[in-house]
Write a protein that binds this ligand. Structure first.
Ligand SMILES: Cc1ncc(COP(=O)(O)O)c(C=O)c1O
Length: 388
């Protein structure tokens, strides 16, 4: 550490230099991220309220009220009547909270297990590891959809929770949430939906008359939903969210925090201190965009997705892994050739995609920062790599 501090100008100059190697959303080369440039108003508001701490809500009563107001709005969006919820550092924390609740609600199970699809995000492996839960992974069919029979066969007397995904990390697919609901009907099993990515697309796909199967609290047995503002919600990093149907869960499973300046309260979080600024920023996003603003963002992403789908279909040697439901396009090879080499070559040309070796696919997430001209250049490079 320096003995004497530097002038602001000097700090800015050093940072400018040091951060040159970062990729930017604007350049278009980030084609595999589920995050994007936050909405400008969110950045402005976040900076204004950066010191608000929802880890001590008794000191920030206005911010805490705003969080509740936001949860009510999200409840409406997710077909819930009067849900509870809270904002987290992201989808991983939200999934960890859900898994903890599933375990806590079944103290009678000595060796708790949770059934997830193979396509579940790695945050479930982390949660299982941290909580001492055995994760049972259900196979996918050849078309990457969940093998429901296998899922069903993994449920037993030790099962405290099951997970369905609404927007898988690899392909943006939606598990058969209603069918899973029917499987656990009349069983004392917690049903969590991971819509970290899909949560802020699916309600708007429906408005655009695009197919979107039921996935939210409209499905009777869904107990909780992860949905992340810092993905398709256009929010500031870090903002995830966990939403719960049953209000009593906070009382039953929350942690009592005993020492705060604002007074005792109960919460479900893993972290203590947490940003109020990100929550206020997301409140502002909903006010600023409204349903129609989100519809427009999702429509643009889906138009670009359709363009990419069409172009991939014209290229020899590769094919779509599956027909996208949302703005995630998986690309695999036609002849079973490894996708890794193609990914390597694309990286040399600065195209940063996600790679899923177990499924032999690379995938483009057509986020709001991805423009059609970025996709045109990407396809040109992809074609030239495949011709080599
Ligand atoms: C479906 C899904 N769930 C959870 C997560 C984890 O979210 P985070 O990176 O915000 O912790 C991701 C991340 O991409 C995801 O795709």
């Amino acid at each position: 550490m320096l003995k004497e501090g530097l002038e602001k100008q000097e700090i800015l100059k050093i940072l400018n230099e040091k951060l040159k190697s970062d990729y930017s959303y604007k350049s278009g080369s980030i084609l595999g991220s589920m995050c994007t440039e936050p909405l400008a108003i969110a950045v402005e508001i976040y900076m204004k309220y950066v010191a608000k701490n929802l880890g001590d809500p008794g000191l920030f009563l206005g911010t805490a009220d705003l969080e509740e107001e936001l949860v009510t709005e999200i409840g409406d969006l997710f077909s819930g009547k009067k849900i509870i919820g809270t904002f987290t550092t992201g989808g991983s924390e939200a999934n960890l909270i859900a898994m903890r609740i599933a375990k806590k609600l079944r103290p009678d199970i000595s060796f708790p297990e949770v059934v997830v699809p193979c396509s579940a995000h790695v945050s479930f492996d982390k949660a299982a590891d941290l909580l001492g839960i055995k994760l049972r992974k259900a196979k996918l069919n050849d078309n990457f959809e969940l093998d429901l029979n296998h899922f069903n066969s993994l449920i037993n007397n030790n099962t405290c929770g099951v997970v369905g995904i609404a927007g898988t990390t690899s392909l943006g697919l939606i598990d058969p949430i209603e069918d899973i609901g029917r499987i656990i009907e009349n069983k004392d099993i917690f049903f969590h939906i991971d819509a970290a990515f899909g949560g802020f697309i699916l309600p708007f796909l429906k408005n655009l008359n695009l197919p979107s199967p039921l996935w939210d609290f409209s499905v009777k047995f869904v107990d909780s939903i992860t949905a992340d503002p810092h993905k398709m919600g256009m929010g500031v990093i870090p903002t995830g969210g966990i939403f719960l149907r049953d209000k009593s869960i906070l009382q039953k499973t929350g942690f009592e925090i005993p020492y705060l300046a604002g007074g005792n309260f109960k919460h479900l979080h893993i972290v203590g201190t947490r940003s109020g600024g990100t929550v206020i920023a997301f409140w502002a996003i909903l006010k600023s965009l409204g349903i129609n603003g989100f519809n427009k963002i999702v429509e643009k992403c889906m138009n670009n997705t359709n363009y990419l789908v069409k172009r991939i279909g014209e290229i020899k040697g590769i094919k779509l892994a599956t027909n996208p439901i949302m703005n995630v396009v998986g690309i695999t090879t036609e002849n079973g050739r490894s996708i890794c080499k193609i990914d390597e070559e694309l990286r040399k040309k600065n195209w940063m995609l996600g790679k899923f070796e177990e499924f032999n696919l690379i995938r483009v997430v057509v986020m709001p920062h991805v423009q059609k001209n970025h996709l045109i250049s990407f396809i040109e490079d992809l074609e030239s790599i495949l011709k080599k």
